[in-house]
Design a protein around this ligand. Structure first.
Ligand code: NAX
Length: 327
């Protein structure tokens, strides 16, 4: 039997949490022979802690063989203690009339504290994935608090956008999803993101050849992927939850699987014209479990360069908004 992995999850009583915990406990994130201990960190509010208790009762009732233990806490020092992976899902939703800048600042405070505590108490091999929005900038804020851990230990999720893009392309081309490859997301997890269709392939062939509508790829396709979150809220009356949890399973599983090539928001070192030190979606290749290298030098035409410049501008603006929070 392998040593159990300690997986800290924030926001476990929320809607993504409810779709996520069962998949981790059943082995879909870390594999069918990897036991896990779930360390569940919620806010110290009666309603949230009670909801968490109910979720843990349901996890018990699943009798998952890989679920060794669960910790329910509102203390970050307990939640992140010795964690091998910390999945930062919990954040404040954007309320009515709230400006994006207010959201950045409110949620930024959460990520300052969590970054500091993870740096202090998590395992020596700690890895962190951020889902709570604005995910890219929250990852940057948390990383800026690190003294012991290096910035490559923290990534933000753009995998939901990659999965959305892949499905839209398969549907448009009328081919099975498995025929579509090399779909990468560049930039921010926001409507400014760039779904790089010019690199994507269908059965190994360039996309425009297969789809034949450059207009659609540059216009409607970008819009559909970039604004999918809003479309789901409009249809469902609630934001994406099961698909976000699924994307996080994909994100972490592929970061633990050497050889996988996938879109991840990571600290930029100036690749593709991104400002150094923003967290930007880019294609990465997993090298050893938990580690990756950015795939550099992919060709960019003028359209792609323009899209990357626009999403980079937004990331830089977000960084300016929270500059007082960065160490
Ligand atoms: P919910 O509001 O259902 O749940 C959030 C949970 O987090 C609540 O239980 C809350 O009590 C908890 N929480 C808040 N602050 C916390 C803290 N400091 N420590 C621990 N727990 C805390 O939201 P949900 O739908 O689950 O979404 C969670 C986050 O994911 C949101 O920020 C949302 O915007 C973001 N998303 C990110 C996506 C991505 O692709 N990166 C897509 C889906 C989702 O919109």
């Amino acid at each position: 039997m392998k040593q159990p992995l300690r997986v800290a999850i924030t926001g476990p009583a929320g809607q993504i949490g409810y779709a996520l915990l069962f998949r981790i406990a059943s082995g879909q994130m870390f594999g069918p022979d990897q036991p896990v201990i779930l360390q569940l960190l919620e806010v110290p509010v009666e309603k949230a802690m009670s909801a968490l208790k109910g979720v843990c009762m349901e996890l018990d009732d699943c009798a998952f063989p890989l679920l060794v233990d669960m910790v329910q806490t509102s203390d970050p020092n307990v939640g992140f203690k010795d964690a091998n992976w910390s999945l930062l899902v919990g954040a404040k939703p954007r309320g009515p009339g709230m400006e994006r800048a207010d959201l950045l600042k409110d949620n930024g405070k959460i990520f300052i504290e969590q970054g500091q505590v993870i740096d202090r108490v998590a395992a020596h091999d700690a890895r962190v994935a951020v889902v709570g929005n604005p995910a890219n900038t929250n990852a940057m804020i948390a990383a800026s608090q690190f003294k012991r851990l290096t910035p490559d230990r923290i990534t933000a999720m753009v995998r939901l956008d990659e999965n959305r893009a892949k499905t839209q392309l398969a549907k448009k081309a009328g081919v099975p999803l498995t025929s579509v490859s090399d779909v990468f997301i560049f930039g921010n997890h926001s409507p400014t993101m760039f779904s790089a269709f010019h690199l994507a392939k269908i059965n190994g062939k360039p996309l425009p050849e297969k789809i034949g509508h450059a207009e659609w790829l540059r216009g409607e396709f970008q819009e559909t992927v970039g604004k999918r979150g809003g479309a789901i809220i409009a249809a469902r009356g609630a934001s994406s939850a099961a698909s976000a949890a699924n994307a996080l399973v994909d994100h972490v599983r592929d970061l633990m699987t050497p050889g996988k090539v996938h879109s991840v928001a990571v600290k930029s070192n100036g690749e593709y014209g991104f400002d150094p030190n923003v967290w930007a979606g880019m294609p990465v290749k997993t090298t050893t479990p938990g580690s990756f290298e950015v795939i550099k030098g992919l060709p960019m035409d003028d359209f792609a360069k323009g899209k990357i410049a626009a999403t980079n501008k937004e990331l830089v603006e977000e960084r300016n908004t929270v500059k007082d929070m960065l160490r």
